[in-house]
Design a protein around this ligand. Structure first.
Ligand SMILES: CC(C)(COP(=O)(O)OP(=O)(O)OC[C@H]1O[C@@H](n2cnc3c(N)ncnc32)[C@H](O)[C@@H]1OP(=O)(O)O)[C@@H](O)C(=O)NCCC(=O)NCCS
Length: 177
């Protein structure tokens, strides 16, 4: 369905939106999405409400972007804050019209305006390169699960970040023994 983007509104995601966002993500990625490595970084965490947005068309959520606080643990266990962007999804009926682009632009503008930590994501450089993401700084970083190195992308100044380290949730999750 072709819609005029001017008629759609981007608004901050609220906790009441979560069930609808979850349905959109299930439709976009399939229910197995929860096995993805990115989920181990946001397990039990809440998306940052200042950096997460939805787009609505006549009340229905047709696009969503969420961001999370994570960290890169480098030498001497020093933890460097990062922002995890994703998942991003657009309803199948509304793809190819710039909705994801607008949502990502909005989230990144909020990151910049709030002077928030550099942004990391796991995704295709073919799509995310246009927003300034690349794998240039991430070759020595590990995730808590399998991932393709060329899909670990960062945007922002990596100058103060260690070249090697482990990406973790902002607050390490303690699992039962
Ligand atoms: C990927 C997705 C979010 C794009 O949403 P969208 O609203 O259609 O995106 P936009 O309209 O802003 O941008 C579409 C552009 O991105 C391109 N694109 C989409 N996915 C891409 C990918 N994986 N690699 C390269 N380019 C991609 C499209 O070809 C199109 O290019 P164009 O602008 O040159 O025509 C949507 O297809 C989706 O929800 N897919 C399922 C979930 C998913 O894969 N999410 C992203 C991974 S984190």
């Amino acid at each position: 369905m072709k819609v005029s983007l001017e008629l759609l509104s981007i608004i901050p995601a609220q906790s009441i939106d979560l069930p609808e966002i979850e349905n959109l993500l299930d439709a976009g990625f399939g229910p197995a999405r929860r096995n993805r490595t990115a989920y181990r970084l946001r397990d039990g965490a809440v998306a940052d409400p200042a950096l997460s947005f939805v787009m609505r068309d006549r009340g229905r959520i047709v696009g969503s972007v969420q961001c999370w606080s994570i960290a890169l643990r480098g030498r001497h266990d020093l933890r460097h804050p990062l922002t995890l962007l994703g998942p991003v999804a657009t309803a199948a009926s509304h793809r190819g019209q710039g909705i994801a682009t607008q949502l990502i632009d909005r989230a990144l503008a909020a990151v910049d305006a709030g002077n928030r930590p550099p942004v990391l994501l796991i995704g295709d450089v073919g799509f995310y390169g246009r927003f300034g993401f690349s794998a240039d700084a991430t070759a020595g970083w590990q995730l808590p699960g399998p991932f393709a190195a060329d899909r670990l992308l960062m945007r922002g100044d990596a100058g103060s970040l260690p070249m090697t380290g482990n990406i973790e949730p902002a607050i390490p999750v303690r699992r039962a023994a």
